[in-house]
Design a binder for this molecule. Structure first.
Ligand SMILES: N[C@@H](CCC[C@H](N)C(=O)O)C(=O)O
Length: 261
């Protein structure tokens, strides 16, 4: 049995989109099927899957990591999801998308898409360890868990083939880890090891967590725009006076077809 799919990315954080309006096609989306779809050699390839399910008057983004695990939110994925809904399902902007982290509002200006990611939670200091070296980190929740590590050089983290070690008491469900350097005023660059997907070219929720930590360290006024460079491009993050984090960046659809995976 073949099913429609699309392939897209946001700053090269890439996804398989599975249209499933009435929830019957992929209602049984198993971890094995997600892994098969995301496999870069035997499948379509992706850092995750975005299943599009109608819910009430709107749409639910059922996000899965490449290893089949579920996450609450995906900041790059939700922009790709919004573009898919606009171009293929006729949804107008601004639009609401339901996620496991509540309803998010998305808008479009030119080629850029902005997601209102809601309020960040800064939950204290912790530590992560890579290749035997420990780094102080700030625990930030953007609906999903992040550990933000400020470093002098992005190479300090070395190869990120394995998940950084973390405190299971702080992150019982695992954690996304961002390594960040300063590039200039309100300008940072990051690498990320994503829970469930490994090192990726970008992470939208990670960029938000990083901008929040940088803004706190800088004592920057709310509303300051941070440029966050990722290996796959550039994102912009604004933490507003009313405690919303606005994530802006591209969303690209590159292919569509049928799969029997
Ligand atoms: N790439 C995403 C985050 C995807 C979920 C993450 N790996 C997790 O498990 O929380 C983004 O752009 O935010």
């Amino acid at each position: 049995m073949s099913y429609p799919f699309l392939k897209g990315h946001g700053t090269e954080n890439d996804f398989v989109v599975l249209p499933d309006p009435d929830g019957t096609v992929h209602g049984d989306l198993s971890e094995d099927r997600v892994r098969a779809l995301c496999d870069r050699r035997a499948g379509i390839g992706g850092d995750g899957v975005l299943r599009a399910v109608r819910r009430g008057e709107g749409w639910f983004m059922d996000y899965r990591n490449a290893d089949g695990s579920v996450s609450e939110m995906c900041g790059n994925g939700i922009r790709v999801f919004a573009r898919y809904l606009h171009e293929r399902e006729g949804e107008p902007f601004p639009m609401e998308v339901q996620t496991r982290d509540g309803t998010k509002v998305l808008d479009k200006q030119g080629d850029d898409y902005t997601a209102d990611m809601g309020s960040p939670e800064v939950l204290g200091e912790t530590e992560v360890t890579v290749h035997g070296a420990s780094f102080p980190a700030t625990h930030v929740s953007m609906g999903n868990p992040h550990a933000v590590v400020l470093v002098d050089n992005l190479a300090e983290a070395g190869a990120l083939h394995e998940p950084p070690e973390h405190d299971d008491g702080v992150f019982p469900e695992g954690v996304n880890v961002e390594f960040v350097v300063r590039r200039g005023e309100h300008h940072v660059a990051m690498r990320v090891h994503e829970r469930g997907s490994g090192e990726t070219r970008s992470c939208g929720t990670g960029a938000c967590a990083v901008a929040v930590v940088a803004a706190l360290a800088d004592d920057a006024p709310r509303g300051t725009a941070y440029r966050v460079d990722v290996p796959g491009g550039t994102l912009s993050v604004v933490w507003t006076a009313d405690d919303r984090v606005l994530l802006t960046g591209p969303a690209v659809l590159v292919a569509e077809g049928l799969t029997d995976l």
